[in-house]
Design a protein around this ligand. Structure first.
Ligand code: NAP
Length: 284
């Protein structure tokens, strides 16, 4: 049975990827930041290892003996490129050729500094391990699910620009396919959802699914900066402000063809993701 190292395993993406791997019989080595209060997805086949991506402490032990590595960086981290280099070099030193880097849709978009860093990280990964696979997911549907269920989706950008958001569980299924299947060496896969929807349209669909009104509201950027953005480091606030401005101008849109082909079925829609979330028991 193969064992996969999942980096950032206690985060939103890492938990989804871990769950997808476990569901298909893969053993997961879950790398978690030392001192973190977040917990990875639990299971008998999950072995937790401490790993600090900033210093690299824990890397040699984390990669020792695994068959593949799934690498992602913490959101808008300033050292994303350094992290990618440390992880891919450790994997290469261990003789691991199966390496997947979780990037983002349109890493070449110069208007968003954190996308540009992902593009640079992709290049570093490929330079060290040409066999690496790159996944470029669109924004996740799951980013807006809780707000929709609570009856109000408020965002600091336009309600009317288009998005091809993707189901994180579809992304995680693709992660399993490329980590354990064949034919993805050196490939780059764009993972965009199957429909173009604005936030206003998402709220309207949510209202239909839930049978109660769901509002769509713009939070003025200044209010976001003084509220949710206030505790963030200045660089993260600047990166996110640039992202909101880009979303204001053009949303974030990709082509769903690759996702469809990789899954061998239609990717899940916003409506399906919401129906699934609405039917799940509420966590205590
Ligand atoms: N959200 C989206 O729609 C979307 C779409 C496409 C791509 N992405 C990309 O996906 C990646 C992951 O996003 P996410 O939402 O899953 O992030 P997340 O929930 O914040 O997870 C990141 C994880 O990394 C851990 N971490 C932070 N600093 C670390 C360190 N120094 N050493 C080791 N681990 C550390 C965090 O630990 P703690 O929990 O302890 O802080 C957290 O568990 C990001 O690079 C993002 O750009 C996201």
């Amino acid at each position: 049975m193969s064992e996969v190292l999942v980096i950032g395993a206690a985060g939103k993406t890492g938990r989804a990827v871990t769950r997808a791997l476990l569901a298909r019989g893969v053993v997961v080595r879950a790398a978690v930041r030392p001192g973190s209060t977040s917990t990875p997805y639990a299971g008998a086949s999950v072995h937790v290892v401490p790993l600090d991506l900033v210093s690299g402490t824990g890397l040699p032990v984390a990669v020792a003996g695994v068959d593949a590595v799934y690498h992602l960086a913490p959101n808008v981290h300033p050292d994303e490129v350094g992290m990618a280099r440390r992880v891919v070099e450790a994997a290469a030193a261990e003789g691991i050729s199966r390496f997947v880097f979780h990037s983002v849709l349109h890493p070449d978009d110069a208007s968003m500094p954190h996308h540009v860093r992902k593009g640079e990280a992709e290049r570093v990964v490929r330079e060290v391990l040409p066999t690496a696979t790159v996944l470029r997911p669109a924004a996740y549907h799951q980013n807006l699910v809780d707000a929709a269920l609570a009856g109000c989706i408020s965002v600091p950008y336009s309600l009317d620009t288009p998005f091809t958001n993707v189901d994180l569980d579809d992304v995680a299924e693709v992660a399993w396919r490329v980590l354990t299947g064949h034919g993805h060496e050196g490939a780059t896969h764009q993972l965009a959802g199957p429909e173009r929807l604005s936030v206003r349209e998402m709220a309207s669909v949510a209202g239909e699914v839930l049978g109660r009104p769901v509002e769509a509201v713009v939070v003025p950027l200044r209010e976001w900066l003084e509220g949710a953005g206030a505790p963030l480091p200045e660089q993260a606030r600047d990166d996110l402000t640039a992202m909101f401005r880009s979303y204001d101008r053009e949303g974030l849109v990709g082509d769903p063809a690759a996702l469809r082909a990789l899954l061998g079925r239609e990717p899940h829609t916003w409506r399906e993701v919401l129906m699934r979330a609405a039917s799940e028991p509420v966590a205590p």
